[in-house]
Ligand binder design. Structure first.
Ligand SMILES: Cc1cc2nc3c(=O)[nH]c(=O)nc-3n(C[C@H](O)[C@H](O)[C@H](O)COP(=O)(O)OP(=O)(O)OC[C@H]3O[C@@H](n4cnc5c(N)ncnc54)[C@H](O)[C@@H]3O)c2cc1C
Length: 381
């Protein structure tokens, strides 16, 4: 049996759910496919920044997801075992479990009119887009693949889901128990070219670390050292996942197949934040599909989408430059000194997390502060 749609969305995480919701709300016949049935687990810190909640409210038409959540506006920053600073009354971060959040997203996409094909694995045909599910073929002029960092679709299109030299990797444990009013904690130096985190949640605390994979040959040992430093002695299950830490695809797709979210590599290379870009890229992919289909030109969708992603791509490029200041060994002491002593640097970091500023503004500030030579050397890297 075959069913025809205007758009097939593969993957129902933040990027896929945002895409399916936007498309269905605009009247596109939209199929939402995921190999998992929801609720399903997803390894993640579950930190929703102000940028993410802003996208969520616009796309789904509700201020916040209706799931168990805590909110924190106090931070602790540490580096190499030393407390750098604390921050109070910062722009708040919402902390939740992805199992709950993603189920909320899928429910909203289906309420918007997307057809439910979750809980089934399929085979994608790329040329004349179609996906074969058990006993059923779905066809559509356009496909958005939001199938995560290990994207089987990106693998089909480009031979690999990500570049192993540039990919990030992260490990996490869930520590049960009341987190009280513990602040959100960031530990620079817990991983090379990355950091460690402690995120208090409604029913426990997520503790993890992540960084560029090739610079952390023994991430498990780094996690054990981090847990020991935090005084965590329980035997907790460790889970790991790749993280496309700034290694995005300049052309996010091929032909009539568009990639969104982690599948397109849209994770911030400094903060590791990916939910906000996943939501936004899913929305933009849907808008590109709506426009291309209205013009009777599905082949134009990829170009429209690539143009629309320009602000995200340019922010990620700028973050890749800036992260050298934070993570390169010779520059690290100066960065940590500045972070400890400069209120404005911490404020900018927190405003960045809140979605109240962008890397372009931070880059402009750095250009004013750094000596010309150092700045040019950094940009030339
Ligand atoms: C340890 C860790 C901590 C993180 N912490 C944070 C954080 O605190 N805040 C933040 O903003 N970001 C965080 N991130 C990043 C964030 O998790 C991702 O950027 C985000 O989930 C990307 O959303 P997505 O929709 O692109 O992909 P995903 O959320 O990965 O969803 C992909 C979906 O595709 C489905 N799928 C996969 N293959 C197929 C297939 N063949 N067919 C059908 N469906 C398929 C999967 O089942 C899944 O539902 C973290 C990442 C890691 C690894």
């Amino acid at each position: 049996m075959a069913r025809h749609f205007d758009l097939i969305v593969i993957g129902a995480g933040p990027a896929g759910a945002a895409c399916a919701t936007t498309a269905a709300k605009a009247g596109l016949r939209t199929a939402l496919v995921d190999r998992k049935r929801f609720p399903r687990d997803k390894l993640c810190g579950g930190g929703l920044t102000g940028r993410a909640t802003g996208h969520y409210a616009r796309i789904f038409g509700a201020p916040l997801p209706d799931v168990p959540m805590t909110q924190r506006d106090s931070f602790e920053f540490h580096a190499f075992g030393e407390r750098l600073d604390t921050g109070e009354h910062a722009p708040p971060i919402h902390l939740l479990m992805r199992r709950d959040f993603d189920a909320d997203l899928v429910e909203r996409a289906l309420s918007a009119g997307a057809m439910d094909f979750t809980g089934r694995s399929g085979t994608l045909h790329c040329e004349a887009p179609a996906i074969d599910l058990p006993g059923l073929r779905l066809t559509a002029p356009l496909v958005v693949a939001a199938d995560g960092v290990n994207s089987p679709t990106a693998k089909r299109l480009f031979g690999a889901a990500y570049d192993r030299d540039r990919i990030g990797f992260a490990l996490e444990v869930e520590r049960p128990g009341d987190s009280g009013d513990a602040p959100l904690r960031i530990d620079f130096g817990a991983a090379e070219w990355g950091y460690g985190w402690q995120f208090p949640k409604a029913d426990g605390t997520t503790i993890g670390l992540g960084g560029v994979l090739r610079r952390n040959p023994d991430m498990k040992a780094a996690l054990n050292a981090y847990l020991a430093a935090l005084g965590v002695t329980e035997d907790l299950t460790v889970k790991g996942q790749f993280l496309p830490f700034g290694a995005f695809r300049a052309v996010p797709g091929r032909g009539r197949i568009l990639l969104a979210g982690d599948a397109a590599g849209l994770v911030d290379p400094i903060t590791g934040e990916g939910i906000a870009h996943a939501l936004r890229s899913g929305e933009l992919a849907a808008r590109a599909a709506i426009r291309a289909l209205a013009a009777g030109a599905p082949d134009s969708a990829l170009e429209v989408y690539t143009d629309a992603l320009h602000p995200i791509h340019s922010g990620l490029r700028q973050a890749r430059i800036l992260r050298q200041l934070m993570f390169r060994r010779p520059l690290r002491p100066a960065f940590l000194r500045s972070f400890r002593n400069s209120r404005s640097l911490k404020t900018e970091y927190l405003r960045l997390l809140a979605g109240e500023t962008e890397y372009a503004a931070i880059m402009a500030g750095m250009a004013r502060r750094l000596p010309g030579l150092a700045w040019r050397a950094l940009r030339g890297q």
